[in-house]
Unconditional design. Sequence first.
Length: 333
Amino acid sequence: MGIRVAVAGASGYAGGELLRLIAGHPEFDLVAATAHRQAGAPVTAVHPQLVGLDLTFAATDPATLADADLVFLALPHGESAALAAELPESVRVVDLGADHRLRDADAWSRYYGGPHAGAWTYGLPELPGQRAAIAGATRVANTGCYAVAITLALAPLIAAGAVAPADVVVVAASGTSGAGRAAKAHLLGSEVMGDLSPYKVGAHQHVPEIKQATGATGLSLTPVLAPMPRGILATVTAVPTGDADPRAVLADAYADAPFVHLLPEGAWPHTAATAGANSCHLQATVDVDSGRVIVVSAIDNLGKGAAGQAVQNANLMLGLPETTGLPLFGVAP
Ligand SMILES: NC(=O)C1=CN([C@@H]2O[C@H](COP(=O)(O)OP(=O)(O)OC[C@H]3O[C@@H](n4cnc5c(N)ncnc54)[C@H](OP(=O)(O)O)[C@@H]3O)[C@@H](O)[C@H]2O)C=CC1
Ligand SMILES: CC(=O)N[C@@H](CCC(=O)OP(=O)(O)O)C(=O)O
C-alpha cells in the first residue's frame, strides 16, 4: 500500500483532474472520492475520461476522509473550512478552494463574504522560502488559478525592485473550466463559443491574493472569458524602476523550478502548450513605446492553476520529489 489519498469534491472539474493525476502517481493510492449531489454515482458517469477507474462517489463526510494520509479538498468556496476542522491534525490537507488563502480578514469579507477561516501556508512552491514552508506544513492553501499565472510573472520583478509595485496592470483570459462545471447562464455553449467577454472587471477575488503573494500595492485585473475549455493567458505590465533586464530577473528566479519555463527570446507563451501539464510558460520584454515591462504567462488552469499545483504541494508535504507523478509536457495541439 502506498500513500493513502482522498479527494473531496471529486465530481467537479478540479476534482476530476486530481483523480487523473492520482491514477498516474507512482506513490498514491486513491482511497475515497466524494461528491455532493452526485454521491452514489459511478466516477466514470461524470468523468468519462477516467474509464477504467472502478469507483463510486461517496458522500462528503469527515469519517470517510479521515482514513487517508492526505486529503485534497476541491469544494466550492466556504465549504472547506468546516470540513477541514473535522479532520485530525495527522491527516494532511491541501485545499484547492479560497477559504484559507488570505491573511487579511477584511479582504476576505470584501471579496468572498462570510466568516474568515484564517490563513494556511500558501501553496506556491516557487515563491522564495515557500518550498520549505510547504514541506513542513500539514495544512496548505492551494493558489487561485489567475493568481498562480500572475504571481509567477510578477513576484520576482517586484522582489528584485525591478518594477514599481504601485502600478501593475493585468489583462488575463481564462478557459471556461475555470468557472467549474455547475451550469451557469454565462457559460451556455452557444453563447461562449465565438465570443470573448470581460467579467468581474475591477472586482476579481484574486486581486487581494496576488497583492499578498507579490507585494504589489496597486493592481488592476481585467479577466476575460475565452472560448476554450482550459488555459489562462495573463499579460502583466508594470513600470520599470531602473534598467534591470526582466528576462534576467525571471531566469534567475526560476533557475531551479522544474515547472516554470522562461521561453527562448522571441517565443511567446501559448495556453495549448501547457494543457494537461503542471507547467507555466513565461516571456518578458520592455515595450519600446510605453517603456512598460510586459510579461506574458500561460498555464493550464486545471494543471498549475489547480490540481497539478495541489499534487506538487502534496509531494512536498509528504517528502517526495516535487515532480513525482506530474506531467512536465503539454498535449498541444
Ligand atoms: N476550475 C478551476 O480551474 C479551478 C478551481 N479552483 C477551486 O477548486 C474548487 C473546486 O472547483 P471546480 O472543480 O471548478 O468546481 P465544480 O463546480 O466543478 O465542482 C465542485 C465540487 O464540489 C461539490 N460540491 C458542491 N456543493 C457542495 C457542498 N455544498 N458541499 C460539499 N461539496 C459540494 C460538487 O459535488 P456535486 O457535483 O456532486 O454536487 C463538486 O464535486 C473551488 O473552490 C474552485 O474555486 C481553484 C483553481 C482553479
Ligand atoms: C472563468 C472563471 O470564471 N474563472 C473563475 C476562476 C475561479 C478559480 O478557479 O479560482 P478560485 O479558486 O479562487 O475560485 C473566476 O474568475 O472566478
